[in-house]
Write a protein that binds this ligand. Structure first.
Ligand SMILES: [Zn+2]
Length: 145
C-alpha cells in the first residue's frame, strides 16, 4: 500500500487535520493496527516497539503523520518507573536513545511533560546536555537496543 492510499481511509478537515473516515483500525495481514500508526509507518517507517504515535495538534483523533510524534508508551514507562525487569521479548523499553545518550524512559517522559521547565533546571536535575534536552523536546528518539 502506498502512502497515497491512506487518503481513502481518512477525511481531511479544513484546518489540515486528518481524521478516520470510518474505521480507526486497519487490518494488515493478520495484525490490526491503528490508522494513526499505519499512516505513520507509511510515511516514516514503522514506529518502534514501546512507542506510541500521538497527535500533538490538539485533535486527539488526528492521524496525519505531520501532526503526530513518537512517545514512549505508558506501559514501557510504567515498567521503568516500577523498576521491574524489562521483558525485551515483548518489546518494552526502559530507556531511549537520544542522539548519542541513553536516557531513562522516566526522565524522557518527565522532560516531555514539562515543556515550560527551564533548560538550566533540567540540565542540573537530570545531568543531560542542552542538545539532548532539545532533541527530547523535539521528539527525536529511538528505542535502546
Ligand atoms: Zn491534526
Amino acid at each position: 500500500m502506498a502512502f497515497g492510499d491512506v487518503e481513502l481511509l481518512i477525511r481531511k478537515l479544513p484546518d489540515g487535520c486528518w481524521v478516520p473516515a470510518k474505521n480507526k483500525v486497519v487490518a494488515v495481514g493478520e495484525r490490526r493496527v491503528s490508522l494513526r500508526r499505519y499512516a505513520w509507518a507509511l510515511k516514516h517507517g514503522s514506529a518502534p516497539r514501546g512507542f506510541d504515535v500521538r497527535a500533538t495538534c490538539g485533535r486527539k483523533m488526528c492521524v496525519r503523520p505531520s501532526h503526530c510524534e513518537l512517545h514512549p508508551s505508558e506501559k514501557a514507562t510504567e515498567l521503568a518507573l516500577g523498576g521491574e525487569a524489562l521483558d525485551r521479548s515483548r518489546g518494552e523499553v526502559g530507556a531511549v536513545v537520544v542522539g548519542e545518550e541513553l536516557v531513562p524512559a522516566r526522565t524522557y517522559r518527565a522532560i516531555r511533560e514539562h515543556p515550560a521547565a527551564s533548560l538550566a533546571a533540567l540540565r542540573t536535575k537530570f545531568g543531560l546536555s542542552s542538545s539532548t534536552i532539545y532533541k527530547i523536546r523535539a521528539g527525536l528518539a529511538e528505542v535502546a537496543a
